[in-house]
Design a protein around this ligand. Structure first.
Ligand SMILES: NC(=O)c1ccc[n+]([C@@H]2O[C@H](COP(=O)([O-])OP(=O)(O)OC[C@H]3O[C@@H](n4cnc5c(N)ncnc54)[C@H](O)[C@@H]3O)[C@@H](O)[C@H]2O)c1
Length: 329
């Protein structure tokens, strides 16, 4: 299904969307898809990691509003709910931040999801799509990993995100809230955070722009199921538009397997660089092997059509300019 076909169904149900984490990487792409098609959109972000520049191109649209608000601040969050009929909850404290302040991360990833679900019930929101993560599975004990794989997260991040999706599930069961959980894996694309808190693709691009070698933790043979952000946006719109997704959880991953060594090689090749990757110790909680079963979400018509090499090239093309602009400001 194309994004336009998914929106044909979506527009029958919804007029006004809230996107939390709207100034972040994935949230800003969801905002863009909605705003440019004429939906009313409210972005909620505390800008702890999000950037104003991610939403700059949407400010010209009268149907778009960006509000600075913390999802743990229930009182202020509630003020933004008027008329909202669909919510995409992307706001989260990410992996590396969690290592530094796991209590705060539990408040944001667990408590924030609780607040969102509670307010969705109170304001009769028709649909809550909740962004979760493959990190809730922990190290795989059987392959391929479908949605019924045991949940044994090995990082603070994975535990707090699991708390978030479980709260969303509880509100679904207790109050019939229409929810869908998407477990993302290794999303990449333009506007991804490139600091030490960012994704490996954008970090490597920043390294190469600054003539630094990419760092590989461990052997580099760890696999990633890189998934382009456009395909993640499609997944969000499809599950929101579909009737059969109520109360369901879906793996949202391309199914690709790319090692970190292969990624480093591709990025070095793009930059025609002679630099050699630097190897460091494994990161705590890093998952080494993924083999994701994405058949459940594909059955809804979500196709992961972005070719990795093309997606990577286009991402690096855009990230080069993005990082240069961000480093200037
Ligand atoms: N990028 C990935 O590969 C990936 C993989 C798995 C899951 N996810 C999930 O997808 C979602 C979006 O991730 P992303 O990659 O776009 O990250 P991101 O850091 O770019 O975006 C998250 C946004 O949430 C905002 N935020 C953080 N704490 C907040 C708070 N207390 N109140 C309001 N806003 C807050 C940040 O400022 C940021 O703009 C997250 O829920 C994340 O856990 C992402």
């Amino acid at each position: 299904m194309t994004l336009d076909e998914a929106f044909d169904k979506f527009k029958i149900k919804y007029k006004k969307a809230m996107v939390t984490g709207g100034a972040g990487f994935i949230g800003s792409h969801i905002c863009e898809a909605l705003v440019t098609r004429g939906f009313e959109v409210i972005s909620i972000d505390d800008y702890s990691a999000g950037k104003d520049m991610n939403l700059e191109h949407l400010k010209q649209y009268p149907n778009f509003e960006a509000i600075k608000c913390d999802v743990t601040d229930l009182e202020n969050l509630e003020k933004a709910f008027k008329g909202v009929d669909v919510v995409f909850h992307e706001a989260a404290s990410k992996k590396n931040i969690c290592l530094k302040d796991p209590r705060r991360d539990l408040q944001v990833n667990g408590g924030g999801a609780f607040n969102m679900a509670e307010l969705c019930v109170k304001h009769k929101v028709k649909k809550l799509v909740h962004a979760s993560t493959g990190s809730v599975y922990g190290e795989a004990v059987k392959f391929p990993q479908d949605e019924n794989h045991p949940l044994n997260p090995v990082s603070y991040y994975g535990v707090s995100k699991l708390a978030g999706e479980k709260y969303v599930g509880a509100f679904h069961h207790l109050y019939d809230l229409n929810t869908t959980v998407l477990r993302y894996f290794h999303v990449y694309g333009p506007r991804q955070e490139f600091s030490e808190y960012g994704g490996v693709v954008s970090i490597y691009v920043r390294n190469l722009i600054n003539s630094e070698p990419p760092t590989i933790f461990g052997t580099g043979e760890q696999e990633r199921s890189f998934t382009h952000v456009n395909d993640v946006v499609l997944a969000n719109i499809v599950v929101a538009a579909s009737d059969e997704t109520n109360g369901e959880i879906y793996n949202c991953a391309s199914g690709l397997k790319v090692t970190i060594n292969e990624l480093a090689e591709s990025v070095l090749e793009y930059f025609k660089s002679d630099l050699k990757p630097v190897h460091e110790d494994w990161l705590v909680g890093d998952i080494k092997k993924f083999q994701i079963d994405n058949s459940k979400i594909k059955a809804l018509g979500v196709e992961f059509t972005t070719d990795f090499n093309q997606g990577l090239t286009q991402t690096i093309d855009e990230l080069k300019e993005y990082i240069a602009n961000a480093q200037k400001s």
